[in-house]
Design a protein around this ligand. Structure first.
Ligand code: SF4
Ligand code: SF4
Length: 92
């Protein structure tokens, strides 16, 4: 969960013109973050918990009309932390 006063970044953009409201993105999201009102062909899916997105890209992959674009935050694109630091250990 995001800390209080911390800006929440929306991890995916959904094109309202090409989305056919099929519910597949809601179904496949491994974190159950996307919510799509079942059988409602008017409403777009929404990311209910945007700060918990794993950026796995499954929603974008399964979308039959390519209506979803995953938007990576700057800190992920320009990550300067090396793998060893991320793992917290050095293999000998
Ligand atoms: S998978 Fe694509 S077309 Fe289907 S509801 Fe999600 S965004 Fe819309
Ligand atoms: S990128 Fe993965 S975790 Fe994030 S909303 Fe899409 S399916 Fe869910």
């Amino acid at each position: 969960m995001a800390k209080q006063n911390e800006a929440v970044f929306n991890p995916i953009r959904i094109n309202a013109d090409t989305c056919v409201r099929c519910d597949l993105c809601d179904w496949i999201c491994p974190g159950d973050l996307i919510y799509k009102e079942a059988d409602n062909k008017e409403k777009l899916p929404v990311v209910a918990y945007p700060d918990e997105c794993w950026y796995c890209g499954l929603c974008q992959s399964i979308c039959p009309t390519n209506a979803i674009t995953v938007i990576f935050p700057e800190c992920m694109i320009h990550n300067k932390t090396d793998v060893v630091t991320l793992l917290g250990k050095v293999l000998e």
